[in-house]
Design a protein around this ligand. Structure first.
Ligand SMILES: [Cu+2]
Length: 473
């Protein structure tokens, strides 16, 4: 007699065996997500079996490693065919840019956490040690895992108490650009920086190989001037915007050789805001989302890719235009630093004798912003302790009036290394320059009337005693 229960358990074994075959096919060939959902038994089998269809993927042989500018890749060791990683959730004293630090929460001494990198078909075991003062758990965002490995505190698992170490283990049955982040007290833990990228390389790549493969994670923070902790309660008014935890001028450039195929994997785990990331001088194609690879026929060209909260977008381009190219979020308030927020709008205001009068009450007072906001960073205004000026840094030609989600893609011919090559040398005739009177006369037939609006007003500041600050600070 075969009981009903026995009958079903036998059926499960048969389905499981068939499913293992299906896993192998999916890993070797077609895109995940383009086929009907696999039998759930695959996932169960995945959780219970130590069987390894492939040897652990090796850097240099099975993939070209991803570069995480201003960050790092999480090391692993192989134990019995399984890649073993260890994440330590802890408080981190983090520098956003020179002059601005805060006590954040991150992993392994970093904000954000190190990039996890593996290969489709790898079995990974990830230990998570909680050194925070509250419970946590880690979600593998976009990675197809058994339900109990999904990391949602309370729903998928018991949360990890301070001092405990939990073990996550699953087989990677997809490839693409994914993320990981805290999924307990999300509002606090994500606002304080608990996240990182999770890159899974294809086992059998079909497309062209990238020469440069970068991972950039965006986030945003509220750090009130002079304070040492990001405020996780903030809902709308963020004032520090970061690529890999750094605000320009703290962001490292992305360097490529002329002709390189460059891949950039953007991930956005900002608490609230989407970031349209724009590149100058180059066109890219969007090749992956957080759901995996986009078929080539469906990839479209762009110069601005919207990376919404919770999304990843991977872009690829050929670095076929030498130069220093700005790459930044196109929301202007996301490409600046702290000081501009809540300042009164003074554009067009003539302060007249106001500065002198107020300075008798407030020594050093100066009205700012009446001819635009660029002055604030450019004049090297003294700023309160632990804060960074509203805008950027000294560039090659002048002051760069940008901060926050801003970085530079440097494309060069004849590079011998991928170290920062310095500023771009513009070939003769390729640099915008002051027009000569001869040129104006020749081409426009006149020399344009050029009295800038409110020019005199700007000069008022020049008489103030405290205007001995240096350009660029
Ligand atoms: Cu933005």
């Amino acid at each position: 007699m075969i009981s009903r229960r026995k009958f079903f358990s036998n059926a499960v074994v048969t389905a499981g065996a068939a499913a293992l075959g299906a896993t192998t096919r999916s890993v070797q060939g077609a895109e995940p997500g383009r086929q009907p959902l696999e039998n759930p038994e695959i996932i169960k089998g995945n959780a219970q079996s130590n069987q390894q269809d492939y040897p652990p993927g090796e850097s240099g042989k099975d993939y070209t490693p991803v570069i995480t500018p201003n960050g790092s890749t999480l090391p692993y060791k192989v134990v019995g065919g399984v890649k073993v990683f260890h994440l330590i959730a802890e408080e981190v004293d983090h520098e956003f840019a020179p002059g601005l630090r805060a006590r954040c929460w991150g992993f392994n001494g970093q904000v954000h956490g190190p990039t996890i990198e593996a290969v489709e078909g790898d079995r990974v075991r990830i230990y998570v040690t909680n050194k925070l003062p509250e419970n946590t758990s880690i979600h593998w965002h976009g990675v197809l895992v058994p339900s109990g490995m999904d990391g949602v505190g309370g729903l998928s698992q018991k949360t990890i108490e301070p001092g405990e170490t939990y073990k996550y283990e699953f087989k990677l049955r997809q490839h693409g650009t994914y993320m990981y982040h805290s999924h307990s007290d999300e509002m606090t833990q994500i606002a304080l920086g608990m996240m990182g990228m999770f890159i899974i390389h294809p086992r059998n790549p079909t497309g062209p190989k990238a020469d440069r493969d970068f991972a950039l994670m965006t986030s945003e923070w509220r750090i009130d001037v002079g304070t040492m902790r990001p405020n996780p309660i903030e809902m709308t008014d963020f004032n520090v915007f970061t690529f890999n935890g750094r605000a320009f001028p703290g962001t490292a450039p992305l360097v490529a050789k002329y002709g390189d195929r460059v891949r950039i994997r953007f991930g956005n785990l900002s608490p609230m805001e989407h970031h349209p990331i724009h590149i100058h001088g180059l066109h890219w194609k969007v090749t992956q989302t957080d759901g995996g690879q986009i078929p080539e026929s469906a990839q479209w060209p762009e110069t601005t890719v919207l990376v919404a909260v919770g999304q990843t977008r991977t872009v690829e381009f050929i670095a076929d235009n030498p130069g220093d190219w700005a790459m930044h979020c196109h929301m202007t308030h996301h490409a600046m630093n702290q000081m501009g927020h809540k300042a009164p709008n003074l554009i067009g205001v003539r302060p007249g004798k106001l500065d002198k009068r107020v300075s008798t009450l407030l020594p050093g007072y100066m009205t700012m912003g009446e001819s635009g906001m660029a002055d604030m960073g450019e004049m090297g205004m003294p700023v309160p302790r632990n804060s960074i000026p509203m805008v950027g840094a000294q560039g090659k030609h002048d002051y760069i009036d940008m901060g926050g989600l801003f970085t530079i893609v440097k494309v060069r011919e004849n590079l011998t290394s991928y170290d920062d090559p310095g500023w771009y040398e513009n070939p003769p005739g390729t640099l915008a320059s002051l027009a000569s009177n001869d040129e104006l006369q020749r081409d426009l037939g006149k020399i344009p009337e050029a009295n800038p609006m409110d020019n005199n007003m700007k000069m008022d500041h020049g008489n103030m005693d405290h205007m001995d600050m240096k350009h660029g600070g």
